[in-house]
Ligand binder design. Structure first.
Ligand SMILES: [Fe+2]
Length: 280
């Protein structure tokens, strides 16, 4: 079994058409694979799904799922966004929720003074947000990120918890905050408790690491160990935006899951329509 439950195509910000990335996944031996393009978000319309065509998107992936059913178990989802009280910034997917196999619940931005600010763009712009918008109060920014993430968990109740510590992306060598401080760990604990509460599967996301190095594998190893202790189920996600990203660092990710104590991970079974465990 080889699994990736979070991947993108040209229908949002990926570089490959759905069929191309699916064929790539088959070539690399994936057995369980999901297309989870980005929900339409204000300011990112060019890089997200067309909100008037969610049904078409699902139909297109279902058609490919049928076409390749003897080669791969393919599912279809959407990756979320969330802006605290400003839900209007993100298009409503409730009408297609039941047609999707699952949602990958993610947050890529904080919301402050009536505006969203991405936390996963260039380090220079992250620094600028800390300085100009948060007046150097980086703890407040991290709090906003986790508040947003936890609101998303409890509101959307996604089946998959996406890159939970994305906020660390630009925190190279801890230049902005201490990821091992008690206050940061407390926010992580609270997030893990909510993942457990809604019974979501948490992803080990190799996408960031394939582009920016191992420190950008999500979540960090100590978070994985805590997730194991709390009995949170795990899955694997390439978060592929290109063919090259498909199984880059897959084995390393799996090793980290095992090191944390896990002996099984979960994958969505498109026939049984549920997440099923298998040994790793
Ligand atoms: Fe994402």
């Amino acid at each position: 079994m080889k699994v990736s439950m979070h991947n993108h195509t040209t229908l949002s910000d990926g570089s490959n058409a759905p069929e191309e990335i699916i064929k790539g996944a088959i070539d690399r031996g994936f057995t369980h694979f999901a297309i989870t393009d980005h929900v339409c978000t204000l300011g990112y319309e060019e890089h997200s799904l067309d909100p008037t065509r969610y049904d078409e998107y699902i139909k297109e992936i279902r058609k490919l799922s049928e076409k390749y059913k003897n080669k791969i178990k393919l599912s279809v989802g959407i990756e979320s966004e969330y802006y605290m009280e400003k839900k209007a910034f993100v298009s409503d997917i409730s009408s297609v929720r039941d047609k999707l196999d699952f949602i990958v619940g993610s947050v890529h931005a904080v919301y402050k003074n009536d505006k969203p600010y991405a936390v996963d763009e260039l380090c220079s712009s992250f620094r600028n947000v800390i300085k100009e918008i948060y007046k150097d109060n980086v703890k407040e920014l991290v709090e906003d990120y986790f508040y947003n993430y936890n609101s998303m968990l409890l509101d959307l109740k996604p089946e998959v918890a996406g890159h939970i510590d994305l906020i660390k992306k630009n925190n190279i060598d801890g230049i902005f905050f201490d990821e091992y401080s008690n206050w940061f760990k407390d926010m992580v604990e609270n997030t893990l408790d909510n993942i457990k509460k809604i019974d979501a599967v948490m992803e080990l996301n190799t996408g960031g690491a394939s582009k920016h190095g191992l420190r950008n594998m999500y979540p960090s190893e100590y978070i994985l160990s805590r997730a194991y202790e709390k009995g949170i189920r795990m899955t694997m996600s390439s978060d592929a935006h290109t063919l090259e990203m498909l199984d880059c660092l897959y084995e390393t990710g799996l090793q980290r899951i095992r090191k944390a104590g896990y002996t099984e991970i979960y994958a969505f079974d498109s026939e049984k329509k549920e997440f099923i465990p298998f040994e790793v």
